[in-house]
Write a new protein. Structure first.
Length: 180
């Protein structure tokens, strides 16, 4: 091989070494072979639901909310139990988060078994939260924005798995938050 051919081969190899990763990345992204990572486990509400105008009865700071109606089925009872467990699991951050039940008018009798949970009666707030599936756990930030929600389950095992998701997201939000 002559010197010219060797130089051309070196140049082509060098160009390919730098261009092949770019071409491969473009191909992977265009073909949707790469699924971007999500850092949250719950369903993010985009844009966040602003309840600041009607949240006068809510406690200050971060809130872990549950919207209930007159009845509290098994999934609601599981959610109430999990709210207590999450409050304990937060440890030193427990002062920053208030478990809150939002109800429309009459309080379900099962809530009397959970004295650590704050109850708020507000039909306006319940109506505003009507877009979210019933008996969902909500994360409400100190500015009055509902940012995430999680489904509740009647099965205790599935509800424990969902509680781990709620706890992970709450810890991340509390760690990153400068408010509340």
């Amino acid at each position: 091989m002559t010197q010219v051919k060797r130089s051309r081969l070196t140049l082509i190899t060098l160009v390919l070494v730098f261009l092949l990763p770019i071409i491969a990345a473009k191909l992977v992204l265009d073909r949707h072979w790469y699924q971007g990572a999500a850092t949250n486990h719950g369903t993010m509400i985009v844009p966040p639901l602003d309840i600041a105008d009607v949240s006068t009865g809510l406690p200050a700071g971060w809130r872990l909310g549950l919207l209930v109606d007159q009845e509290c089925p098994a999934q609601c009872q599981q959610a109430l139990h999990i709210m207590n467990q999450i409050d304990v699991a937060l440890g030193k951050e427990t002062e920053r988060v208030t478990p809150t039940v939002i109800h429309t008018s009459t309080l379900p009798p099962t809530l009397a078994q959970h004295p650590t949970i704050t109850t708020v009666a507000s039909s306006e707030l319940a109506q505003l939260l009507g877009e979210i599936p019933p008996h969902s756990l909500l994360i409400i930030d100190p500015l009055g924005l509902v940012v995430l929600y999680y489904p509740t389950h009647a099965d205790a095992q599935r509800m424990r798995m969902e509680a781990k998701n709620v706890l992970a997201d709450l810890r991340t939000l509390l760690k990153l938050s400068k408010v509340g």
